[in-house]
Write a protein that binds this ligand. Sequence first.
Ligand code: ATP
Length: 677
Amino acid sequence: QTKLNSKIKDPYPDWKPGAPVPYAALCTTFSLIEMTTKRLIIMEHCALFLRQVMRLTPDDLLPTVLLMINKLAPDYAGIELGIGESLIMKAIGESTGRSLQVIKADQKDIGDLGLVALKSRSTQPTMFKPKPLTVRGVHQGLMGIATVTGNGAQGRKVDGIKKLLSASDAHNTGKVDITKDKGGPSEAKYIIRFLEGKLRLGLAEKTVLVSLAQAVVCHEADKRGKLPSTSDMEKGESILKTVYSELPSYDVIIPAMLSHGILNLRDQCKLQPGVPLKPMLAKPTKAITEVLDRFEGQTFTCEYKYDGERAQIHYVAKDAPQELSQAAPGANKEAAKGVASIFSRNSEDLSKKYPDILAKLHTWVKEDTMSFVLDCETVAWDTVEKTVLPFQQLMTRKKKDVKVEDVKVKVCVFAFDLLYLNGQPVVESSLRERRELLQQAFTPVEGEFSFATSMDGQELDDIQVFLDESVKASCEGLMVKMLDGKESGYEPSKRSRNWLKIKKDYLSGVGDSLDLVVLGAYYGRGKRTSVYGAFLLACYNPNSDSYETVCNIGTGFSEQVLEELHASLSAITIDRPKPFYSHSSGNQHQPDVWFEPQYVWEVKTADLTLSPRYKAGCKEGVDPAGGKGISLRFPRFIKIRDDKKPDEATSSRQVAEMYRKQESVTKNKGPSVDDDF
Ligand code: ATP
């Protein structure tokens, strides 16, 4: 805060008040951030820069924040760059007059395409001085690349990248030493990394959010000619965090903050239909007694844990009065009645996957229900037996452009929470109140819409019976939730102790399955020669923005699945591991092929052990004596998690927590066998 409070100088000669923010200025900040691992210093660089943007060019605050978090728009807008390594290499080659072969050789040698671009750029003679890049120009350029469609889209994407690269590092005419200072503040390097989807600055989105709050509070104090007070700083941070968790859209929040100030933001930006929020998540448990310990002295409810796909349904009735219908921009307008959208667990629009739900939605809604946001699970439904079907059935549904008349696998929506009703967010109400509102606002229809089956008994025996019933009803187990009081509020984007899950399969194991990213594969032997026979999996470390390996897996795959995996994974092979893959360096431990980090698989394990071969949890201090990481013993493939992005995989901290909670470890007789496949 000392530096933040000090008077700041104009940082860049060609950045005058009102002028577009030079992209080079942002890259200078990126470079400073890249040079440190200290979170507070990172936050300070970030906040100082944002404060400067607010002071000189507030119109650029939104694109600046977006470029900092490596996004072009909110997740629900569905804007994806869709660019692989080979397209980037082609663009680097063409824009710098170097052959693809040389670029590939450099990539093999350097291993970081950002630095390859920088090296290529700095060896190229500059014929004329291009106009320097600006933050808004780079954002627009990248947006253009992301949104080209139709014939020749790939070629036009390459052209878009070339255009940005040719204008990059205009200020920098001399040779750059790419081995020094991680390549320094090169624009080409950061453009390429943005295209790859990882800036690798160690700058977490949460850090940007807090820095933004600090910058805004300082700026507002500057305007009053005062120093920001610590209490305003804390208030600002807390307001922005809450507002963002309910309305995760900088496109809506930043303009509101600029017009109304941060301390008034809660009145301006509330949960709105049309902007999906990140769902509340549960913590795993291994025994009913663990649940009872956690909720001791408090009331809780148990619900069936349905095995389908999480869905957040947003709705505004066509004839809703203005005050009940503030649907946000971008909301889907194709619903049968009113405005409705369905969003996935990671805020992707599922409306084209579930037109059957959208078509019937209004028939489940009571007459005076004008707008809502519903948290629920869509589950495949057997219309003859009138029961739920396994998750695998749901997976056979088409993902896009589904026509209602073609739907073969029917789904039933099981609603378990209500986040917004008739113009008002209700996330702060208790679960008991939300449940009552939910039941008043909807009418169940068998096989189409139902409330999650629940039981409020507090005794171990009652819970055991209910768990058995849930399993008989083809559910995965139970969700146990705090029912009353402040702690029972809905906590968007949080994995909370106020929601616990008990999965039937894991009662004696590690408590939960893991969702892991596929980084590499080994060629099959024997019957599996034409496909990959085993895979290298990793968890995600959000602090270092890296993937830490955790096991090899070769069990749980049918032949058909192996063939499908071979087809989809062959398309994303890369020549060498990304610099943000953390794996043991021993030659005998390297997979035959490496992949882009794209697919997430759910995996079951017998237990967790320490191994020198893997890196999971190394930075969590699980092995203070040496550099061993955690690995899974007897891992088994369960399913592909299409609804999770790689950075939503199980985190290293969660793996470390599971390892520490393991009975064998707590009893201090941890197995030390190295796993294999
Ligand atoms: P994570 O493992 O990150 O918690 P996940 O999606 O893998 O996420 P699960 O372990 O399957 O989560 O448990 C939580 C999920 O269970 C929810 O995301 C939701 O999709 C599903 N679910 C089914 N029934 C309920 C219920 N009654 N209440 C809440 N969630 C439920």
